[in-house]
Design a protein around this ligand. Structure first.
Ligand SMILES: Nc1ncnc2c1ncn2[C@@H]1O[C@H](COP(=O)(O)OP(=O)(O)OP(=O)(O)O)[C@@H](O)[C@H]1O
Ligand SMILES: [Mg+2]
Length: 273
């Protein structure tokens, strides 16, 4: 790893104990240098991991935009056309006096399936691209997403906001919305909660979004990426999503004690002005 050069003003031999001492110093220095190198490697590995996570987030957002545009412009329009044609067919069948019950029932069934599929596609579009975020803003978008996903599972949602009326940068809004989607997804998947409360709070320094559930909880210190398929990376990606806009998040949970996760973005990073 390196060499120590020792010199003395007076000519003399190194004693056994000098050599021993120098040897110990050399060993200590070697360990310190090695540790510093390993630390550097670890830091740069972490930084690379973060960069990749950010790229994944950007790619995910782009892909979601593309799919939702296609679903909206193509699939949904075609389904609307199909619904219209089926309605016209049902009316025609009445007008020309078709009596066949089975035929008419089948037409009606096909119409109701088409309407149902189009509603489902509409839900997919709004999950992929929060249109409410574009039109009404962050608060109604989060509220609508929470209510439409949790209420039908019998989970009671309470929503509160305070001082969160400052206009935010669009990428901060998207990050907070996606973060909330991820947290709500975890509540649906893992929590077995009965009650969820969402609190969006803004002050002169920061914007804070806090989501609590009264479910089974877990031990956050045991969070690991469980498999090569990326399962269990949810929380990590959620944190990176906030970090990419200058924010961070905190997970507070204990088995049996419910879960509270809080996202914070400093106003200097979040605000438009
Ligand atoms: N609200 C919650 N209540 C109970 N446990 C939770 C909650 N949120 C997360 N967990 C626990 O934390 C783990 C990690 O969550 P994370 O979102 O990182 O991964 P995942 O949901 O298992 O997989 P992925 O999000 O990648 O599909 C979960 O597997 C679950 O055990
Ligand atoms: Mg998850």
């Amino acid at each position: 790893m390196g060499v120590i050069n020792c010199a003395s003003l007076k000519a003399h031999h190194f004693t056994e104990s000098d050599i021993h001492l120098l040897h110990s110093i050399g060993e200590q220095l070697g360990i310190a240098v090695e540790q510093a190198k390993l630390y550097e490697q670890l830091q740069s590995g972490r930084e690379k991991y973060r960069q990749i996570a950010r790229q994944v987030i950007i790619a995910q957002e782009e892909e979601r935009k593309r799919i939702s545009k296609e679903l909206h412009d193509e699939t949904s329009q075609m389904l609307a056309g199909l619904t219209f044609n089926l309605q016209a067919l049902i009316e025609m069948a009445e007008m020309i006096g078709i009596e066949d019950r089975k035929f008419k029932d089948l037409l009606k069934k096909t119409l109701s399936s088409t309407v149902q599929i189009n509603t489902e596609v509409g839900r997919l579009i709004s999950d992929l691209r929060p249109t409410l975020l574009d039109t009404l803003g962050l608060i109604p978008a989060i509220r609508q997403h929470a209510e439409s996903n949790l209420t039908h599972l019998g989970i009671n949602v309470s929503f509160k906001y305070e001082g969160a009326d400052k206009p935010l940068r669009p990428e901060v809004e998207v990050s907070l919305f996606r973060w909330a989607q991820g947290v709500i997804g975890n509540i649906m998947q893992h929590s077995q909660a009965k009650k969820v409360s969402i609190f969006l709070k803004g002050d002169s320094h920061k914007i804070e979004l806090c989501i609590s559930d009264d479910g089974i909880g877990f031990d956050p210190s045991k969070l690991t990426v469980k498999s090569g398929r990326g399962k269990g990376a949810g929380m990590f990606i959620l944190k990176e999503r906030l970090r990419s806009v200058g924010g961070d998040c905190l997970i507070q949970s204990q088995p049996g004690q419910g879960t509270t996760v809080t996202a914070t973005v400093p106003l200097s990073q979040a605000s438009l002005d």
